[in-house]
Design a protein around this ligand. Structure first.
Ligand code: SF4
Length: 231
């Protein structure tokens, strides 16, 4: 399976690392506020980037680029993801893997095989609001819970993150999320921006003052909590 999007140089996806970011088309969630509607809703129409072209790029930039970020869509749905990650690792790159947490088996396998340097997992909302926030009628929340528990204890660097939106999140949700991910290393509350690329239009970002209140609620539960893109 091919990747469908490629940001050849990113300075913001993985800390201070010079990163190239690969996007996979397709997702098992339908978060209404998703910014990648083209990749999620119409994966069959998405471009297909030859894997050899990506490998060639990575070979030429060994020692220049630091890392590869693999994102989506939901990259853990890619059938040959681990093989591709092996090839990236063999070239000496660090790998950051983004996930919605629905495939804990894959996360564990990637970790066991030493293929991941950093996980970033979405916490969409408090547990009882999860299906609503993911745009699903029902879902197996135990998979998400398993991924959270795994990241909390795997020893591999990670972050949890929530894109906060007026229509979906309130202070009570923040408290419940904090209790759920208690002890986590890093947690980011991310600014939502309505755009033409969203699955549904018309949702509202949380103003900075309110986001700062959210931050104060989650801070006691995690080691490093911050707002992202609110600067
Ligand atoms: S926000 Fe992430 S998990 Fe949700 S539909 Fe988009 S790609 Fe999938």
């Amino acid at each position: 399976m091919d990747f469908s999007g490629w940001e050849k140089l990113s300075l913001v996806d993985y800390d201070d690392n010079l990163t190239t970011t690969l996007f996979m088309a397709g997702c098992n969630f339908r978060c209404p506020f998703c910014q990648n509607s083209d990749l999620v809703l119409h994966p069959e129409e998405a471009p297909k980037i030859p894997w050899e072209e990506i490998l060639e790029y990575l070979k030429k930039r060994q020692g220049v680029l630091d890392a590869v970020c693999i994102t989506g869509g939901e990259p853990t749905l890619m059938p040959d993801l681990l093989e591709k990650m092996c090839e990236i690792k063999a070239l000496g790159y660090k790998i950051k893997l983004d996930s919605n947490g629905s495939n804990p088996e894959l996360l564990k396998k990637a970790a066991r095989e030493g293929l991941v340097d950093y996980f970033a997992m979405d916490i969409k909302n408090a547990k009882e609001k999860y299906p609503l926030t993911c745009g699903l009628k029902k879902m197996d929340l135990s998979k998400i819970e398993e991924s959270v528990s795994f990241l909390l204890t795997s020893g591999i660097p990670y972050e949890f993150r929530t894109t906060i939106i007026e229509e979906f999140h309130d202070e009570e949700d923040m408290k419940k999320i904090g209790e759920w991910i208690k002890g986590a290393e890093r947690y980011a509350l991310q600014l939502y921006i309505d755009s033409e690329r969203c699955i549904e239009r018309g949702y509202h970002s949380i103003p900075k003052e309110k986001a700062e209140r959210f931050l104060e609620i989650v801070k006691p539960y995690v080691k490093h909590a911050k707002l992202r893109s609110y600067e």
